[in-house]
Design a protein around this ligand. Structure first.
Ligand code: NAD
Length: 374
């Protein structure tokens, strides 16, 4: 049973509570931290409520109210958690994650890892120096259709991958940005590519070979009252010769439309759509009859979108980290793997700023975009 603490009790933290409860046989939430103590109090209560159902099914599972802290450094000194999940504003991830790693905790960090390559590298180095795990919340990798496509990819069923596309056509209105003033700032967030599209860009590069070498982009701040972009388009070239296309927007009228990953190989075509890459829309493989997964068998018209675009993946991602701690297995989304999407997005920003294609690896940061759309 590993003692766990949550740092940051805002909008996404309920997915962490849900994931702690689903993994309650292996991890126990012992502390919650937020300088806004009412939020931390509310999380402590939310955890206890979630544990009622868990204990009804298995009374042997312990559940005490997690201690409430305003200061995470004090929490680290007093509690010495085995695992910390970091769900604060993105710009704070590096400092907090490094402090937790140096205090001897494994870290599960919300996306994006950081807002600069320098900070991401420092986090990865701190995990290595302390012999701790650093995992990133790219929970959509655990979506059942995405896992199924990845299995097909690993079995070589796509043939040679030619091109792929991620479309994130969502609506984040003024209310969303005014809820938390850090959103859309260069110092703490970045724009829609860094915040909303980072999952899809991660999926795209994961399926296309994880070897992006060049990026060309156009980003815009069309209509939202933020510092960073609310729209971005990019072409990503991979070392294999494959090409990835990104279309990401927070401006879709009037509500979220779709998040769709399309993959085109010489022997396979897969489209995973719905609101957040959770629904198989096309499934065609040259060996489908042999394997027994022809499209008519795979498509399920009654498939529903999850209740929120965050999906169901956090619990599986936390379980993957627990497996890795217990058995030494490789993390599905380690800091190194999570850094790849960050590098692509920062290269997109640099391409917009310079008007030129950008070769990877590229050392850039959102801070270098400060004032760009002013
Ligand atoms: N995985 C996903 O799908 C997903 C979805 C939404 C948000 N996120 C990410 O989660 C993070 C948080 O986003 P949010 O929308 O929940 O933000 P939010 O503003 O709702 O909450 C952030 C919380 O962190 C707290 N905080 C700030 N500094 C702290 C500190 N030193 N110690 C403890 N708490 C501190 C703030 O007071 C606030 O309550 C961001 O990095 C965001 O990109 C991930």
């Amino acid at each position: 049973m590993l003692n766990t603490a949550l740092i940051g009790c805002g909008r996404i933290s309920h997915k962490h509570i849900e994931a702690f409860a689903k993994n309650a046989a292996r991890m126990h939430l012992v502390a919650v931290c937020d300088p806004k103590e009412d939020r931390a109090d509310a999380k402590s209560n939310e955890y206890l409520s979630a544990m009622i159902a868990v204990r009804a099914a298995d009374p042997a599972v312990a559940s005490r109210a997690p201690a409430v802290y305003a200061d995470y450094r004090r929490m680290l000194e007093e509690i010495h958690p085995d695992i910390v999940t970091v769900a604060t504003e993105s710009g704070y991830h590096p400092r907090i994650a490094i402090d937790c790693l140096n205090a001897g905790a494994h870290v599960i960090c919300e996306k994006p890892l950081a807002l600069s390559i320098k900070d991401a590298d420092a986090m990865i180095a701190a995990a290595k120096a302390n012999g701790r795990k650093l995992a990133l919340c790219f929970q959509n990798r655990f979506n059942a259709p995405v896992q199924r496509a990845r299995e097909a990819l690993e079995a070589g069923r796509f043939g040679k991958m030619l091109h792929g596309m991620i479309q994130v056509r969502w609506n984040r209105n003024e209310g969303y940005y005014s809820q938390a003033p850090w959103r859309g700032t260069w110092a703490l967030d970045g724009g829609t590519l860094m915040n909303q599209c980072t999952h899809g860009i991660d999926l795209l590069q994961w399926m296309m070979g994880e070897d992006a070498v060049r990026v060309q982009a156009a980003t815009r701040r069309y209509m939202r009252p933020i510092e960073a972009e609310d729209f971005g388009a990019a072409i990503i070239e991979f070392a294999s010769g494959a090409v990835g296309i990104v279309e990401g927007t927070a401006d879709v009228y009037p509500t979220n439309l779709n998040e769709t990953l399309s993959l085109f190989g010489t022997k396979g075509t897969v489209v995973i759509g719905g609101l957040a890459t959770n629904k198989i829309e096309t499934w065609r493989f040259a060996d489908a009859a042999e394997v027994g997964d022809t499209e008519d068998r795979v498509l399920n018209p009654s498939d529903k979108d999850p209740p929120s675009v965050y999906g169901y993946g956090h619990a599986d991602l936390f379980a993957d980290v627990l497996d890795s701690i217990e058995t030494g297995s490789e993390l599905l989304v380690s800091g190194e793997k999570g850094k790849k999407a960050l590098e692509i997005i920062l290269a997109i920003y640099k391409s917009q700023k310079t008007g030129l294609p950008v070769d990877l690896p590229c050392d850039f940061s959102t801070a270098e975009m400060e004032g760009y759309f002013a």
